[in-house]
Design a binder for this molecule. Structure first.
Ligand SMILES: [Zn+2]
Length: 321
């Protein structure tokens, strides 16, 4: 079946499937948002299918059409995603250990369904939202976990095994907390929301108030978090040298005090190192726009990707991942 188009134009559906909410929208071929919907996410494989279909149905209604007219379908979802097959693994918050999400939804749409990890999708969306599609951009997500995704010339930098950007599992402290990955003292055990919130609660502290808390335990935690995030951002810049480093995620939103103090620490480190001064990490930091549905826009961009196989190298590179 060939997807129908409205007035001959593309209708790119993107859905960012979050732990509690799913955010869907439709982009036209000029990247304008034609319709937008947010619905609660139902966990489990069947629940996610129902959620995506509900979002797609509502968006189609808004546009006076049906889901059959979407010319591409892209989904962003937390967890380990094989973008070539659409298989999602270990999306723990969604109650998924392994599911072939693309196959599950393939009969519900005329267009192919493409699936990408939500941090990678958000990096693609940030590129569009910030009009940074020509220069290299890194997105650092500080949410329940810690990971980065890099977009270069409009394409995701994946590496040979799709592992590029898993910076949360760089172990920096041999005496640190045990990480779910098996190592000790990973950056994620210091900065990831799952670990950080638990540690702060056990110390009688809270993330939002940590910035202005005068108690010694708070000062120690604050210093630890600032130090680890400063190191993380320096690592991203040394590794990828992106023009822009976009910061996002729940921990950063809650800890409004964090970014200014990290910038201060970046400048302090640069003041004693000509090398770091040359990197000018603090000058590259940009906050993820909160007024724009960046993750859902990124999901729509994911959907537009051409198939990986049988593609001439020079064709269609502009917006692919
Ligand atoms: Zn780890």
């Amino acid at each position: 079946v060939t997807p129908r188009t409205r007035d001959g134009h593309a209708l790119s559906l993107g859905v960012d499937i979050g732990g509690t909410k799913s955010h869907g929208l439709v982009l036209d071929d000029a990247d304008r948002v034609l319709a937008e919907r947010v619905l609660p996410t139902e966990p489990s494989e069947a629940g996610i299918r129902r959620t995506v279909l509900a979002v797609a149905g509502a968006l189609a209604d808004d546009l006076g059409t049906t889901p059959a007219s979407f010319t591409s379908v892209g989904l962003g979802i937390p967890g380990v995603v094989d973008h070539t097959s659409g298989v999602v693994e270990t999306a723990v918050n969604l109650g998924i250990t392994r599911t072939d999400l693309a196959a599950l939804l393939s009969r519900d749409f005329c267009a192919d369904v493409r699936v990408e990890n939500d941090v990678k999708a958000t990096a693609l969306g940030a590129g569009l939202a910030l009009a940074e599609t020509q220069r290299d951009l890194a997105y650092v997500n500080l949410g329940t976990g810690l990971a980065a995704a890099v977009v270069s010339n409009g394409r995701l930098v994946r590496g040979a095994r799709n592992g590029a950007g898993e910076i949360g599992h760089l172990a920096i402290d041999p005496a640190g907390e045990l990480c779910t990955c098996g190592q000790r003292g990973c950056l994620e055990t210091v900065l990831g929301g799952n670990y950080l919130t638990r540690r702060l609660v056990s110390l009688g502290l809270d993330l939002a108030g940590l910035g202005g808390d005068p108690r010694p335990a708070a000062a120690a935690e604050r210093a630890r978090v600032i130090d680890a995030l400063t190191t993380t951002l320096t690592l991203v810049v040394i590794t990828y040298d992106p023009a822009v480093v976009v910061l996002g995620g729940g921990v950063l939103r809650t800890a409004g005090w964090l970014r200014p103090l990290v910038e201060e620490e970046l400048r302090r480190r640069a003041s004693v190192s000509g090398f770091l001064a040359g990197l000018a990490v603090d000058g590259r930091l940009v906050e993820l726009p909160t007024a724009t549905p960046v993750a859902a826009i990124g999901a729509a961009v994911v959907g537009r990707k051409k198939k990986l196989r049988a593609r001439p190298a020079a064709v269609g590179a502009a917006l692919e991942g």
